[in-house]
Design a protein around this ligand. Structure first.
Ligand code: PLP
Length: 340
């Protein structure tokens, strides 16, 4: 079942190799090691902390670059500023499933002789210039955790068009075994199990329907939240495909209520809104103590981190729930205006 899932994903993403793993974090670690990254690697701070941890765990220093506030993706100008003689690579993240600036990052990597890979944990079902995410950079890393649009309960995969890199990663995920008794490489246990692959095959059959539902929900949220002062729903790029899994709001400075007050009110009503990825990886340990001034180079990351609310989405969310959430948000904001 793992082999069938790998083949189906490779076919779907139009990439030569899909190497399935036990989760996205181990898949990141194995990809980083197989690529030979060392020294410093440039990553966004505005991502799930696993992107940085996968480097630090292996003795590599994550160096945080800032984002473009319009897309929440890495800003190539900031990436250039963070390059030092110790830099060996860049890990772009396709945040909220929107493609990172693939072309600009490829240019920077080529210019400076850096390796480029992508954390595509949010980007199953996304495209860049009409091509499925999965083929860009040296490799791309997916997470199939239960919280992601496509899930295998726990799971992940690395996709690549590089035959040699794929072979190295296949060895690394299974202790370096080639055949029963022949260990030819250092390795770890990164294997996906059959039960997870079975879950993946079932979900893959339903993925297009899941995306349709997410798109309907995204449109319903946009309609229902329109007109609430200071609340903006982050756009998806209409020219590219996306799973529409993330409903990302920005609570602007013109909103009469703070982001945290909105989150607290939603939580009080059992609505699991999240502040992803507050306060930014650079403010999480060990990075906060190691790089106490990193925030000085990350003005947009710091600003966005104070504004974001991610609302529930997925197959168990329907228009009735969306209307309830939106009227609650309107109530929270409008009561503050009346209170003035
Ligand atoms: C979920 C996620 C990961 C980690 O994947 P797991 O499968 O949970 O280990 C890595 N990076 C990003 C951006 C993620 O959202």
């Amino acid at each position: 079942m793992v082999q069938t899932l790998e083949q189906k994903i490779a076919d779907r993403l139009n990439v030569r190799h899909c190497v399935a793993m036990c989760n996205g974090t181990i898949a990141l670690e194995i990809a980083i090691r197989a690529l030979g990254l060392a020294g410093e690697v440039i990553v966004p701070s505005w991502t799930f902390v696993a992107t940085a941890h996968a480097l630090y765990w292996q003795g590599i220093t994550p160096v945080f670059a800032d984002i473009d506030p319009a897309t929440h993706n890495l800003d190539p100008v900031s990436v250039r500023k963070m390059i030092t003689p110790r830099t060996s690579g860049i890990i772009g993240v396709h945040l909220w499933g929107r493609a990172a600036p693939v072309d600009a990052l490829s240019e920077i990597a080529a210019e400076h002789g850096l390796k480029l890979m992508f954390d595509a944990a949010h980007a199953f079902g996304s495209s860049h210039r009409g091509h499925s995410i999965g083929r860009f950079g040296a490799c791309e890393v997916f997470s199939f955790h239960a919280t992601k649009a496509f899930n295998t309960m726990e799971g992940g995969a690395v996709t690549t068009n590089d035959d040699e890199l794929a072979e190295t990663m296949r060895l690394m995920r299974n202790f370096g075994f080639r055949g029963y008794d022949n260990v030819i490489h250092p390795g770890t246990n990164g294997k996906m199990i059959e039960v997870c692959a079975a879950m993946g095959l079932t979900n893959l059959d339903n993925f297009d329907a899941i995306v349709q539902g997410n798109m309907r929900n995204h449109a319903a949220y946009c309609r229902a939240l329109a007109g609430i002062p200071g609340i903006r729903v982050l756009d998806y790029d209409p020219a590219e495909s996306n799973s529409h899994h993330y409903i990302v709001l920005e609570v602007g400075p013109d909103c009469p209520v703070s982001r945290d007050a909105i989150i607290n009110a939603l939580h009080a009503e059992n609505i699991l809104a999240r502040k992803y990825f507050w306060p930014g990886s650079h403010q999480m340990q060990p990075y906060r103590d190691l790089f106490p001034h990193a925030g000085l180079m990350l003005p947009y990351t710091c600003a966005v981190a104070e504004q974001v609310v991610v609302l529930p989405n997925g197959i168990s969310i329907h228009s009735e729930q969306i209307d309830i959430i939106a009227s609650l948000m309107a109530f929270i904001v409008n009561s503050a205006i009346v209170g003035d």
